[in-house]
Ligand binder design. Structure first.
Ligand code: NDP
Ligand code: 2IT
Length: 449
């Protein structure tokens, strides 16, 4: 394990998030490696941490003032042992190779847990959609796809959305792909409904996270009804997490964006959530406006001098980090535990630092790691691919029922794998082991490729 960590640190010293994601998996799978020397002989770990292919490209575009802008585009094709590369695209100024490699690495295990035939990949750009006009976003997406199209395909690599990439961006990306390839295929998921998208894909990550949370609570004979919930973020995952929680009679009291968060003690109801959806998805405004519209809510701007996030310091039963990586540090984790939060369910990818995770697990609260809890999004992406291949579409109940079944199955898979290796109740260890075994056994079957 130490050798592998040294290897990746030496090769790519600046890729901290990637090191973090790999280390967590390595610690979890130690008992599996001990019992299966064949993995070591086959250099499985060395192969697993090296992406099958890295694509880095120039994305030139012209802004509304007629000035030329240049961004960097990426696609990390991490592992295709169990299916075509599959994973989202992130457009955010913080995007770099280390972040995308961590996301692609997580995706490999997550996709294996879904039981659907999908390998792992991730891509994106350091492009910042904030403040850009509709036309600028379109020109950027077109330029991005003018290079990416030669590397992807319905049976090769199927991107989708992530931070900064939603239905609007997927539309522009698909348009350029179709024009260049002269074919209409399921090369992207998260498409709009009337041209190949799946029902429930927009809702899937948030709904799936809540279904996973309900499964965890059920192991302690509890339900979400009447609970108070902290949700961070206010994008795709946060909105549909809140929507499902409201439907299950839980009270959601927070939402956030990168500028600050709102605390609404009376609870965010359906009408208030509709306001948030319009604010974020159509007007593309800031969460601060929520407190202007609903004055009983308190808005707290981000304070860079604080070493914790006050959003995680409210009395609550459940926490759903649904914004970004490392948004819960050790101090936040301690605050959540001290406030008697019973379950932390990760809608975002790797939102908790390793120190934070240790605090959760030591405290005995129910901790649902992102690669299991947020797998609903990519699961319904997989179902979208199935529907595209069959050239038909399922109704809402059909997709939602499959999503529920997949989340319940992932939950059970995590519990079984954890128990088998002496970590009963540890969903993180269970998710890492179950995902790992599935992928590396496929790699062994396929030989040294
Ligand atoms: P969106 O772009 O729709 O929303 C992201 C939200 O998180 C926004 O509120 C954004 O605020 C906030 N945010 C982003 N970066 C930061 C940051 N550095 N600091 C604080 N807040 C930040 O993205 P999604 O909802 O799709 O993604 C949220 C998380 O869920 C990500 O970790 C993503 O990888 C993960 N995920 C997404 C899936 C999907 O299907 N979309 C599937 C599985 C996981 P602001 O507007 O100010 O930037
Ligand atoms: O992190 C993720 O799982 C996603 N952003 C969704 C990926 C997908 O292919 O739907």
């Amino acid at each position: 394990m130490q050798d592998i960590m040294e290897l990746i640190r030496r090769k790519d010293p600046e890729q901290r998030e990637f090191h973090q994601a790999v280390k967590e998996v390595l610690i979890s799978i130690e008992p599996v490696l001990e019992q299966n020397p064949v993995y070591r002989e086959a250099k499985i770990l060395e192969r697993l941490v090296e992406p099958e292919r890295l694509i880095v490209f120039r994305v030139p575009w012209v802004d509304d003032r007629g000035e030329i802008q240049v961004n960097r585009g990426f696609r990390v094709e991490m592992n295709s042992a169990i299916g075509p590369y599959k994973g989202g695209l992130r457009f955010h100024p913080s995007v770099n190779l280390g972040i995308l490699k961590f996301l692609a690495f997580e995706q490999v295990f997550k996709n294996a847990l879904t039981t659907l035939p999908m390998g792992g990949g991730k891509g994106g750009s350091d492009f910042d959609p904030k403040g850009k006009s509709e036309n600028e976003v379109m020109r950027f997406c077109h330029s991005f796809m003018a290079e990416l199209y030669r590397h992807i395909g319905a049976n090769t690599d199927v991107p989708a959305g992530d931070i900064g990439v939603g239905a609007r961006e997927i539309g522009y990306l698909f348009g350029m792909y179709k024009k260049l390839r002269n074919e209409f295929t399921g090369v992207l998921t998260g498409k709009s409904l009337n041209w190949g998208g799946s029902l429930v894909r927009p809702e899937a990550t948030g709904y799936g996270s809540v279904y996973f949370c309900a499964e965890m609570l059920a192991t302690r004979s509890k339900t979400l009804e009447g609970t108070t919930c902290l949700v961070s973020g206010s994008g795709n995952v946060a909105q549909y997490t809140a929507e499902k929680l409201i439907e299950l009679d839980a009270k959601v009291v927070t939402l956030s964006d990168s500028s600050g968060y709102i605390f609404d003690e009376s609870g965010i109801d359906r009408e208030k959530l509709e306001f948030v959806k319009t604010l974020k998805n159509i007007r593309r405004g800031r969460i601060k406006e929520y407190a202007e519209k609903y004055p009983q809510a308190v808005y707290t701007p981000v304070d860079p001098a604080l070493d914790y996030n006050p959003l995680w310091n409210h009395a609550a039963d459940c926490a759903f980090p649904s914004a970004t990586q490392n948004e819960i540090n050790a101090k936040d984790a301690r605050n959540l535990v001290n406030n008697k939060v019973q379950v932390v369910c990760e809608g975002a990818n790797m939102p908790t630092t390793p120190e934070g995770i240790d605090i959760f697990i030591d405290s005995g609260l129910l901790y649902g790691p992102g690669k299991a809890a947020n797998a609903g999004g990519v699961s319904v992406s997989g179902l979208e691919m199935t529907q595209n291949s069959m050239r038909l579409s399922w109704n809402r109940d059909e997709v939602d029922n499959r999503l529920k079944m997949i989340m319940a199955n992932i939950h059970q898979t995590c519990l079984d794998a954890a128990a088998r290796y002496g970590h009963a109740g540890n969903y993180m260890v269970g998710a890492n082991i179950a995902g790992f075994v599935k992928v590396v056994d496929a790699m062994l079957d396929q030989g040294v490729v």
